[in-house]
Ligand binder design. Structure first.
Ligand code: FRU
Length: 485
């Protein structure tokens, strides 16, 4: 047996062995993408290829911790029903022996060109990184071509997560990086044929410009057009918390501006966080045949109490976010739940027109474990309005301060913790709850809060309260269980 065959076989055995215990977990989600066993992190190689969507992902099948990652693979025709395909990449070769780390995919000549980082560590834990290429004609079987980019001068071996795209008749690659001065940076490379890559320079960060002093490492860059803007998404590490901002261990956000493909330079504005919740990292996008820019993110943050999630007892850890469509509105990136998510709605909506007057109330039929709520025409007199999901989390709007807060009971020690952001006018909320996750879309995606939370499994109430008067209309749907085949 080859090393690749061995690794595959052991991973499939691990899946079989723990299938029962994984499926019995009451916190297993109903309509999100999760690992069949072990740990899932970043979305990788997201692409629509020959009409089918493919989402590869960082996967550690052997434990609920990080390590020598595989590329797992989900595919779908409709972005809702997914098939778990055979493993795409195993860390079998010398140049990737400690992990086939994150990367991206692009179609060329009827093939998927998948770029990823080969992570290598020696006995002294010294790191090497190679940007590698693997080709596939059927999206399932990959033919590894090995390293195509070696570490350029000026960077440490924290050089990873290549994202490749075509623009103006040539190909570009952005790579997440750390300079030898230990500054976070995005490196730019260029190629005419997708095989020979030339290093063009630091695109942003690295001790220069707008992001001169912005942490020690940028992970998972992604550069694309949205409307008339070029958006660079990345996940910086080493940013200090500041007021309501940067509260998670690491961040995920974007800068908007203009990328000049001739000079390889990018003029952009300030960094904005993409999400305000506890669990959102390493987002990756693709564009589909409807022209939509679609994003998935990992619903967790590295090193943020990962080992305290209760799902570990059931041999699995972490989930993807729901897919979202990106829009650029009034100078900001918005995330809107994908249109197709409406197909998950089971049966008719439960509807209420509500006036809460200094009271707390449950609304008939508005409860459950896996559901969607659309709350519109919100108006408030003063004070605060909140809604609690089971005993696990609470969304609060403070009318005077114009602040939205998401509170949850910490899964580490039960203490209530919070994340917040300013929302000047709260008009609408779309909330997706899925047993142990919540995704809140405020004002058509102007702000989002994405989080895991762990309510007592027998508590599926939703309680609405208002310190004064709050009016709104609400529609609620149960959402179907999506079979992950
Ligand atoms: C982000 C990340 C990437 C890396 C991958 C390893 O979560 O650290 O930078 O490629 O995860 O799994």
């Amino acid at each position: 047996m080859t090393r690749d065959e061995q690794l595959r076989q052991t991973a499939y055995e691990e899946m079989e062995k723990h299938k029962g215990v994984v499926e019995q977990d009451p916190y297993r989600l109903h309509y999100h993408l999760m690992p069949p066993v072990g740990l899932l992190n970043d979305p990788n190689g997201f692409i629509q290829f020959k009409g089918v969507y493919h989402l590869y992902y960082q996967w550690m099948p052997f434990k609920t911790g990080h390590g020598a990652k595989f590329w797992g693979h989900y595919s779908s025709r409709d972005l809702m029903n997914w098939t778990h395909e055979d493993i795409a990449l195993t860390p079998a070769e010398w140049y990737e022996k400690n992990g086939c780390y994150s990367g991206s995919a692009i179609e060329h000549d009827g093939k998927i060109y998948a770029y990823y980082t080969g992570n290598v560590k020696d006995e002294e834990r010294n790191r090497e990184s190679y940007q590698c290429l693997a080709l596939s004609e059927d999206s399932i079987h990959f033919d590894k071509k090995g390293p195509v980019v070696h570490l350029p001068e000026g960077f440490t071996a924290h050089f990873r997560d290549p994202k490749v795209w075509e623009q103006d008749g040539t190909y570009f690659m952005v790579v997440g990086a750390q300079t030898t001065e230990l500054k976070g940076a995005v490196a730019l490379l260029q190629s005419e044929d997708l095989l020979d890559w030339e290093y063009r320079g630091v695109l942003t960060g690295g001790g220069q410009g707008e992001l001169a002093n912005f942490g020690y490492m940028f992970e998972c860059p992604d550069l694309f057009k949205l409307g008339d803007q070029d958006i660079l998404i990345f996940s910086p590490q080493g940013i200090e918390a500041s007021g309501m901002k940067y509260q998670n261990v690491y961040q995920a956000g974007y800068v908007a501006g203009q990328f000049d493909s001739a000079t390889g330079t990018f003029k952009h504005g300030n960094f904005e966080e993409l999400d305000r919740g506890f669990d959102f990292y390493a987002p990756q996008t693709t564009v589909d045949d409807k022209g939509r820019r679609i994003l998935f993110a990992w619903m967790s943050v590295p090193d943020q109490n990962e080992q305290d999630h209760p799902t570990i007892e059931h041999k699995w850890l972490h989930t993807m976010t729901l897919p979202r469509e990106l829009k650029f509105v009034n100078g900001k990136v918005r995330q809107v739940p994908l249109e197709e998510l409406r197909d998950l709605r089971a049966g008719e909506a439960i509807e209420h027109k509500v006036i809460l007057d200094k009271e707390s109330r449950e609304l008939n039929g508005v409860n459950g474990k896996a559901f969607e709520m659309e709350i519109r025409d919100l108006s408030f007199s003063e004070g605060w309005f909140d809604l609690s999901i089971g005993d696990g989390c609470r969304l609060i709007y403070s009318v005077g301060e114009k602040i939205v807060t998401l509170e949850r009971k910490s899964y580490v020690n039960g203490v209530v913790e919070k994340r917040q952001c300013k929302v000047v006018n709260l008009d609408s909320l779309r909330v997706f709850v899925d047993t142990s996750s919540i995704e809140v879309f405020i004002n058509e995606g102007e702000e989002t809060f994405t989080s895991r939370f762990y309510p007592s499994p027998n508590n599926d109430t939703v309680l609405f309260r208002s310190s004064n008067q709050a009016r709104f209309t609400i529609r609620k749907w149960d959402l179907d269980h999506v079979n992950l085949k």
